[in-house]
Design a protein around this ligand. Sequence first.
Ligand code: AKG
Length: 310
Amino acid sequence: MEAMEKSAPLRAILDTEVSAFNRDGAVLLKSILDESWITLLRDGLEYAHDHPDGMSAGVSMPLRIDQFPASHSSELKTLMDKSPIAEIVGTVLRSPVRFYMDQMFYKPAGMIAPSAWHQDTCYYNVEGHELVRAWVCADPVPRDVSLEVLRGSHLWNVTYRPPVGLDPASDPQGAAELEAAFEEGKTLIGQEAHERWTYFDSFMDPSLPQLPNIEACRDSFDILGWDDYEPGDVILFHGHAVHSARGGVNLPHPRRSHASLWAGADVRYMRRRSQAIPDPYALYDYSPEDGQPLGDFPEVFPLAWSPPQR
Ligand SMILES: O=C(O)CCC(=O)C(=O)O
């Protein structure tokens, strides 16, 4: 299948930027989306914010985290389908890419809530190295509310326990039921979750190691952050990278971000005990097997961008 028609990035991506992504697991690409995409992003985030659905939740208010906002905001859908974001991700990955899902992190003006340290891998029923987040924000982002990434953590051979979900220590019976369902081959989060979902419906898989307390000993880690994010910039970070966003300071303006997850050719379906985010709605019409490439479901994960043929 041909990839969808897209508009081009404002500038070429430098080899040094690709190397930085591969080395650090994240890179800030300055001034790469034009003004029209920034307007669409801002309008789409405001629409999603004003039209909450069964996936509008978040761990704590007033931070709103929505899953799949492009499924009901036409502006965000256009951003995913037509903007240069897919090309930017594919160019850095040097791979064809498919759209997997998107999220909104809406932080109103005032005291900005932090986003906790976590790794995205444990949240989704996918596995592979070519898994990339594209993070864009409708507002300028100073260093003290910046996205942060543990440099190089995308190459650590570990999947950490999610910081959310049912804790077997406090509900052993509930945990045993979830374990049994998983052993029977069930997906722990079903299609109905798209109607009503929270971060606490999942399972805090005790077989996964716990993240270190990074905030408590920040000096022990090599933390990558940015002090000059402006709308029109794109931050790419690897799906396995340990990341967070700083907060706890007052801002006179909101910090409204959108993060989309893109999959390259090596990404496969893999049921996880720690799955915290539902599969894309249309995938529930299929019975994916562990190890099946996402390309086996082109109606759910259409090809978004492919490298040009030479
Ligand atoms: O924007 C934020 O505050 C957090 C983003 C994030 O954690 C993610 O995209 O996975």
